[in-house]
Design a protein around this ligand. Sequence first.
Ligand code: CP
Ligand code: NVA
Length: 304
Amino acid sequence: MRHYLKFSDFTLEEYQYLFERAAKLKARLRSGQLYQPLPGKVLGMIFEKSSTRTRVSFEAGMFQLGGHAMFLQSKDTQLGRGEPIEDVAKVISRMVDIVMVRTYEQSIIERFAENSLVPVINGLTNEYHPCQIMADIFTYVERFGSIEGKTVAWIGDSNNVSRTWLQAAKTFNFKLNLACPPGYEMTVLDGETYSSDNFETFRDIYTAARDADIVTTDVSTSMGYERETLQRKKDFLNYKVSEKVMLQAKAEAVFMHCLPAHRGEEVDPEVIDGPQSVVWEEAENRMHVQKAVIEFLLLGRIDD
Ligand code: CP
Ligand code: NVA
């Protein structure tokens, strides 16, 4: 049994397989063809934080695969009243076939997985958001063929999304230029090591974006950090993706954002709603890649 708790849980070769599957599942859906290999299977979705895309993409995707998805908000379950995560994992995994968890510390999902009888997928933790970056790279690969050797410029917080970009840079062999405000620099977790081919830090956002193939950012205050919102708004004032930043990147560069976005804060409307933005494809591709992950974790490799 496998889990998908962080980006490095799959190898490059597995991602290549999953991207082929995601492309196939996407084409099938678009042509109106039914493909339901998971009748009678249930996906449990535990949400300790809010969501639009993650909930809808997992729920719609599981339904399309012939299964059922169950939305479990922690505040409406005993988890919200202090039931230990280990007990929740032992109970839920006796009744469902696969579980997605969105929670706070990565250690919570790891404890869940250790006690689960079924595969567990990370739907966002404070530290990582692997499904998001898988969808982002799929979006790039779909358009341009390969991300190897490319440069991704990240302007903003060192959070779950940027930390996952860093893991992905190692797996896919591209370079991540990180421009984070003072006091919000990237901390590398899990004893991982990164070479300078994969990772460079900048103070100046324009230098970070120079010749980039992808420019990306995220909200300055992630879920769980709301008490820091006012301070963060001040600290992130000069860390915004504007048209001037995009002009530093390659002419064919794309703009990405995991969403939800805050126009005028981390990105200007001219950029996110402009011709270089691929944010809507990114959002849709969450569903296609996650269907490939669910199929892979439950059925292994499929050749049809
Ligand atoms: N990008 C993303 O995970 O969005 P939601 O918070 O809406 O699920
Ligand atoms: N970094 C953001 C991502 C939301 C999808 C957060 O954790 O709130």
